[in-house]
Design a protein around this ligand. Sequence first.
Ligand code: NAD
Ligand code: ZN
Length: 353
Amino acid sequence: MVPRVVFGRGSFNQLSEILAPKRLNISAPFIFLVDDVFKGNSWLVSRIPLSYNDKIIFISAAQEPKTSQVDELVEGIILDSKELPSGIIGIGGGTLLDLAKAVSIMLTNKGETKDYQGWDLVKNKAIYHVGIPTISGTGAEVSRTTVLTGPTRKLGINSDYTPFDQVVLDSELTKDVPKDQWFYTGMDCYIHCIESLNGTFLNTFSQTYGDMALSLCKEIFLEDQLNEKEAQEKLMMASWHGGMSIVYSQVGVAHAMSYGLSYLLGTKHGIGNCIVFNHLEEFYPEGVAIFKKMKEKHNITLPQGICADLSDKELDIMIDVALSLVPLWENALGANWKKIITRKKLKSLYLKM
Ligand code: NAD
Ligand code: ZN
C-alpha cells in the first residue's frame, strides 16, 4: 500500500517540503515526468520545485506506456547524471503515473523492462517515487501494478516495489480535463467497482472500498447537486477507493476484452473499457444499465463498429490477449470460466463493438 498521502486542494504547493528530506545529495536529481499537455502551462509547471540538477521530462500521453519507452527513459536518465536520481515524480494521468513507477523500478533492476512484466519478478527496491494524478479514475496512484505494452503482451509489473512511496492528491490539477476524457477515465473507476463487486474474488476488504467508490461514482455521474470542486474531489477519492478495491480482488470481463482492443488497435484504456462494457449486459446487467444512464446524461457517443473490418487473424490476436488474462476471467466467472468464454463467444462480442 502507498505509505504516505497528502490530500487537499492546493496541496501541490507542498511538493518542495515533501521532497527536500528525500534528496540524497546535490548530484542526485529529482526527475519529474510530466504529461506534455502541461508544456507551456505556467500555472502548473512554474510550481514544480526545481533545484540543482533536477529535471522535467515532458512526455506525451497520446499512446499508452511501452516497455521500450521505459528502457529509453532509463537509459537517458543514467547517461544524463553521474548518480542515480533521488526520486522520480510522475505528474499526469495513468499513463504518466505508470511510466514513473516503471522507470523507478528499472533504475535499480538489471535487464529490460519486458522481463519484469508479470507477478513478483522485481528483485530490488525501486528508487523513491511520487505520484501526482491530474485526472481521476484509473486508480494507478494507489495500485500495485504499472500496466505496460511489451513486444508480446500488455501486462503489468505487479510487485511490492511498484506502489508509490508518496502520493499527492490535489483535485485542482484535474480542473481542465476535457469532458469526454473525464467521462472515459471516470468510467474506468466505475467499471473497477462493478467488476470487483461482482467478482468471485470479492472479500470484505475489497467490498468496503468498492461500495464506497461505487456510491461516489453514482453521486458524481447521475446526480446534479455537486458543484465542480466537490465533484473533482469526490472523483479523486472514488479513483482511490476503486483502486484499493481491486488491489485485493481483480477486474473482470471488460478489462480482459479491453486489453485485447488496446493491444491490437491501440485503443486507450478508458474509452476501450467503455466500448466493451456497453455490450456486457449478460455479465453485468445492473452495472451496464446504470452505465448507459450515465452515458446518456453526459451526452457521450461511443465509437461503433471498430472491429467490423478486422480479419480473422486480427480477431484471433485480440482473443489470445484477452484469454491470456486468466485471473480476470476466474474472478469474473469462477473456476469453470472456460466453459462460458469460448473463442467463438469472444469473437461474437468483439464483432458487436
Ligand atoms: P491518460 O494518462 O492516458 O491521459 C488521458 C488524456 O488526458 C491525455 O490526453 C492527457 O494528456 C490528458 N490529461 C491528463 N490530465 C489532464 C489535465 N489535468 N488537463 C487536461 N488534459 C489532461 O489517461 P488515464 O485514463 O488516466 O490513464 C490511462 C492509462 O492508465 C493506461 O495506460 C492504462 O493502462 C493505465 N492504467 C493503469 C492502472 C494501474 O493500476 N496502474 C489502472 C488502470 C489504468
Ligand atoms: Zn482499469
